[in-house]
Unconditional design. Structure first.
Lengths: 261, 277
């Protein structure tokens, strides 16, 4: 039931252990054991430093919610998307998702340069968790949308970057998702393809029940989303209605976007 | 009623939960066999795309090696070709498989880093991908063993079922070694080099080319070498020769202890492997 689609985060924290070039070396670790310093020292006291990537994130999204993640570079937007996608497991707190999740985080995910276009459609479908029948049902549509025709029989390494982007986009957006995760708006290809891609993305967003979009483009965010969350140094604001975004965003950010426009 | 997938993940809550989640990872990887089989097949086809023989290059190079080494070493060891070639062929084919699974196991997670960092796929899928890829390679080399068995008339004495049982036992061992070395290698990048070096030395102290009967003193070097037992339980049945019981016992003990170690290691590190990459 679509109304049950939800994302729930309670006091979620993510810490990245930082393994410096030195710490990856076995010699260093062995040396530490020999010295007697770090035996059993896991966690913060143990050899590796940790960076707090996200701390105490609370959010509750239900069907119909279109959440914008805003904040400067390195504030944790992408990390939060990856947590929702199941890449990083929380170190503290919990995450509950109900519904099929599709992430448009990295278009080139799972693409193999040595495989042909058609093989990549199949492989990418498997990576996305589709069954063989589901992939076969989508293959023709992906092929026609990409506009690559007989080039799909050639390995990806022979493609131009534009052709590659077309295929990557067509494959990545051929999903049925209840929850759609996007890291920035995707714009690929020539003018003609760009329009078609835009229409396809909008359709995908309309079909999804929850959208989470990380973006720096305030106009885009205001047009697509109805809620927003501001992140800074891994600390998240409460979820707020999008109407408040102008009041909330710092003045320098507004100035930055004004100058970019 | 709903058929929506529901995922709940919380912070780590002790070893028990870790062990259970590791079990779900195994089940998830088994469920997604199509994915790792497709990746494994792609690994092979991409390597040989455009070449005339394709993956049968594996067969051809191994056959050439057996021919060359067989002609020289049979004289060196004072054995007839009929005695030596079956011994050598089975040795090289099995050895190649064992050593490849172990050395490529170190790279199993590192090589799939791009996928692991972008999407949630059960971690065991990448071990399965590597093992499946090597099994496909091995199947191509098996042709050589079949040819040798037929040509030298060993089919009269060979016991393929016992060989298969031995192979299964070895495979169970190789899988835990690959899993453990995959995790440790992702964390400590010196380990792949160490493992490669160990395997390179092992080919000389393991009876791949020579017969273990020739070793009279210092038998403990032989008996303490797990590769020796792995070769014994797979090679001897094909040649119609008896296998010592202690080889089986040692490999069974090693499988039990090794899997407990690797499983606990996997359970404790599964969430962190993505940070190692």
């Amino acid at each position: 039931m679509s109304s049950e689609v939800a994302i729930e985060m309670r006091d979620l924290a993510i810490r990245f252990p930082v393994y410096g070039a030195d710490q990856r070396s076995l010699k260093r670790s062995l040396a530490k054991i020999a010295i007697g310093g770090a035996i059993g020292g896991r966690g913060s006291g143990g050899g590796s430093n940790t960076v707090s990537a996200l701390s105490h994130v609370n959010l509750s999204l239900k069907a119909g919610d279109r959440l914008a993640l805003v904040g400067p570079n390195g504030s944790g937007k992408t990390t939060l998307l990856r947590v929702m996608a199941g890449v990083y497991a929380p170190d503290e707190g919990s995450l509950t998702t109900v519904g099929k999740i599709a992430g448009l985080l990295d278009l080139s995910l799972g693409l193999q340069p040595t495989a042909t276009g058609n093989e990549n459609i199949y492989l990418r479908g498997l990576v996305a968790g589709l069954s063989k029948a589901q992939i076969q049902a989508k293959t023709e549509e992906i092929a026609s949308f990409s506009g690559l025709g007989q080039f799909l029989g050639l390995p990806l390494k022979t493609y131009s970057s534009g052709m590659l982007a077309r295929l990557a986009f067509a494959v990545a957006t051929a999903v049925d998702a209840d929850i759609l995760l996007m890291d920035e708006w995707i714009a690929v290809g020539d003018a003609e393809f760009r329009d078609a891609a835009r229409a396809r993305l909008m359709r995908l967003i309309e079909q999804s029940h929850i959208l989470v979009l990380a973006s720096h483009e305030m106009d885009l965010v205001k047009g697509l989303c109805n809620k927003f969350m501001h992140l800074e140094h891994g600390v998240a604001s409460p979820v707020m209605p999008i109407e408040q975004i102008d009041h909330f965003m710092p003045a320098q950010a507004a100035g930055r976007f004004a100058s970019a426009a | 009623m709903t058929d929506l997938p529901r995922i709940h993940i919380s912070g780590r809550s002790g070893l028990g939960a870790d062990l259970k989640e590791a079990g779900s990872d195994f089940a998830g990887a088994a469920h997604r066999w199509r994915l790792w089989m497709a990746l494994a097949t792609h690994d092979i086809t991409s390597r040989y795309r455009g070449s005339l023989l394709g993956p049968f290059w594996i067969t051809a190079t191994t056959a050439a090696m057996i021919g060359g080494v067989g002609l020289m070493y049979s004289q060196l060891l004072n054995l007839s070709l009929a005695e030596y070639i079956p011994w050598l062929a089975t040795g090289i084919v099995f050895w190649t498989f064992f050593s490849q699974v172990i050395t490529e196991g170190c790279d199993a997670f590192i090589a799939s880093g791009a996928i692991i960092k972008q999407t949630a796929i059960p971690m065991m899928s990448f071990i399965a991908r590597m093992v499946a890829r090597n099994l496909i390679n091995f199947a191509h080399q098996l042709l050589i063993i079949v040819a040798v068995i037929v040509y030298f008339g060993l089919w009269k004495v060979a016991n393929p079922l016992l060989c298969l049982a031995g192979f299964a036992l070895v495979l169970i061992n190789l899988c835990w070694i690959a899993l453990a070395s995959g995790i440790i290698s992702a964390r400590f990048r010196d380990v792949p080099q160490i493992v490669t070096a160990v395997v390179q030395v092992a080919v000389f102290i393991t009876p791949v080319f020579w017969r273990p009967e020739a070793i009279k003193a210092h038998r403990f070097v032989l008996n303490g070498n797990p590769f020796y037992h792995m070769l014994e339980v797979t090679r001897r049945p094909l040649l119609g020769e008896p296998v010592a019981l202690h080889s089986y016992l040692l490999l069974i003990a090693m499988a039990v202890v090794g899997w407990i170690f690797a499983y606990v290691l996997f359970a404790r590190t599964r969430r962190r492997v993505v940070h190692y990459l």
